[in-house]
Design a protein around this ligand. Sequence first.
Ligand SMILES: Nc1ncnc2c1ncn2[C@@H]1O[C@H](COP(=O)(O)OP(=O)(O)OP(=O)(O)O)[C@@H](O)[C@H]1O
Length: 225
Amino acid sequence: MTESTEPIIILDRADIYQGERPVLNDVHFEIKNGEFVYMIGRTGSGKSSLLKTLYADLWLHTGSAKVVGYELHNIKRSDIPFLRRKIGIVFQDFQLLSDRSVEDNLSFVLKATGWDDKGKISKRIAEVLMQVGLGTAQKRMPHQLSGGEQQRVVIARAMLNEPRILIADEPTGNLDPEVAEQIMQVFKTINNAGVAILMATHNHEFLRKFPARVLKCENGSVIEG
Ligand SMILES: Nc1ncnc2c1ncn2[C@@H]1O[C@H](COP(=O)(O)OP(=O)(O)OP(=O)(O)O)[C@@H](O)[C@H]1O
């Protein structure tokens, strides 16, 4: 199967653990290219643990999982940075480096992932900022940005290496409802451009306003919602 037709994520009989403690059992689902999928469930139901497993922050103990072509049950530690390069990861807390400008936050990531041509770096930074609606923010410092703007920069940062999927863990949790909806629009725009999105959220308003497939963590299982 070619990269373009194989699902981006395939989980089969996967058990998700926090340390020795099982959190989710017998998880199986697939996410195809370009899909938008919500992950919902009560606090502590295992959403973050599952997402962390997908980007190899938690180890997959039993079952199998293939994410952007990498088999998590067989993955070598040295392959994990390459797996993460093909996934864009967005968290609730913005995690920008506070001592440098937007441009420097983004170029830091590009340089760390092998980019060395200054012209290409600036062009890519301009492209991703445009994609998130922050076309002129290059020189601003994180503290000069609103929470919503900071989250846009974080999404831009996740897009730098053209991931096939964005994994977002409660990306609007710290934002007021109006700004949260604007950030949701940014994810929608990125999704319309062909990037799959897997978003854990407690915001049920999104599910109503922007309907999409739902996976629900409940009683130690993941079910289609
Ligand atoms: N670092 C950790 N060490 C040990 N147990 C943890 C750790 N993080 C989470 N857990 C436990 O694992 C279970 C699943 O938590 P997880 O954070 O995955 O849930 P969640 O659905 O993402 O919750 P929330 O909606 O609050 O983010 C919970 O019982 C939690 O207490």
